[in-house]
Design a protein around this ligand. Sequence first.
Ligand code: C2O
Ligand code: CU
Ligand code: CU
Length: 516
Amino acid sequence: MQHSTSEKTRVDPSNPETIPKFVDELPIPAIAKPNRMVNENDPYYAIEMKEAKHQFHKYFPATTIWGYNGMYPGPTFHVKKDETIKVKWMNRLPSQHLLPIDRTLHGTSHSPDVRTVVHVHGAHVASDSDGHPDAWFTRNFKIRGETFKQKVYEYTNHQMGATLWYHDHALGITRLNVYSGLVGFYLIRDPLEEELQLPSSEYEIPLMIQDKSFNPDGSLFYPENTNPPAEVNPSVVPAFIGNTIVVNGKVWPFLKLEPRKYRFRLVNASNTNGYTLKFENDHPFYQIGTDGGLLPEPVKLNSLALEPAERADIIVDFSTLNGQSLILKNSNDEGDLGFIMQFRVVLPLSEKDMSKIPSSLCTDEPLTEEMATKTRLLTVGATIDQYNRPMLLLDHRMWDDPVTETPSLNSVEIWKFINTTPFAHPIHVHLVQFKILHRRPFNLDRFLEDGYIQYTGPAIEPNDNEKGWKDTVRADPGMVTSIIMRFENFTGDYVWHCHILEHEDYDMMRPMKVIE
Ligand code: C2O
Ligand code: CU
Ligand code: CU
């Protein structure tokens, strides 16, 4: 114990070199419990956003966070496919934000109180329950000065079983609210899944990966200004990457395992950071699901790229690793940032592992290019804003320019994201799950000159583990990334945006309206 006391005194939360890794056990977020049933049988949840203290690391002082029910991550929703649930989201946050607000952004002048709105990412949901960035509310339940009748959201869960997640979406401060801790899992269960005998109950574990930085006193660090003027640094675009990795709320945790198969539900809930996940010794694993549900068949992998908001459902077999430990890393191995967490195969096998990695997982109705009635060309590009800062835009438009993406109900559309910036952007569309058609290299200079798309090579198929349903796609630089989707069941106001939260808040977000 002497050892840990001395370790503790050396720890400076602001300096990752001093933070010992793998000393905290991975927590499993609590399951959200309905408060009661309404309309006969619909589970009804009441969730409060509250300030609370959170222990990120055994040797840190407690940190003030914001959490759903005061927890970080928030409670995990477990819902059944096609089961309607209602959630009353309540803002009980203090009036002062935990983190510095950039008052030049849309939305930030609307209310002196902290604004929140909850979005279930990946949900096929009615517009008034989607958590539109303008549908924010404050703790006084006022919207733009008017008293706001507290909103109960309804989720019909009429979609495939999937790993969804919920998070804050308030205009202009999404990056701050999410970073403060307003995130959680939302898992939709499909009865068909049971028949597949995937690893389940304690062998099925959600993993939420985020990066964070801390001040020496253990409080959350977030910079005053993520977007300096161009004269300060013309190449800088808004971004923030923390210097520690936090999984399910602990900094570089470990997990004790039995020598058997496990199923992990991964979400990259980071603000900016993308990861290429890899186990030590290139230990293989199988991806069985994407953002929107199960893949047609498992895909064997040694590494997995996960951009912000992307999810992966994977099975890892630890049966040959009895007594060993295995580190999950970010394979670009930039020093300490290279590690995610550690798996220790040290528990006795409690029963024979009867779980399976089935050879086929689900059958799937294809969307073909012939079905599309509209193709939209959408630039993912940059400009300079009125403050002389580089600004990222979609389709050359600002958030509050009139809506231009207005798909008709029941139509199939192809959207082509033409990335003219030097880096990848994870582009997310609300309401739908889509398929990636392909990515195709194009002549950037020509495009910037006269707007003509001159392809410079053949279309590249998505990777095998991107062939399932997606709601977020990596739009690579120098590529035109094409997706296809059907707009069904709901009309009204939604959004699409880059899911790098610093980009989203700095205007890389556009309205979308599904019309009759
Ligand atoms: Cu994960 Cu528009 O959101
Ligand atoms: Cu979303
Ligand atoms: Cu972006």
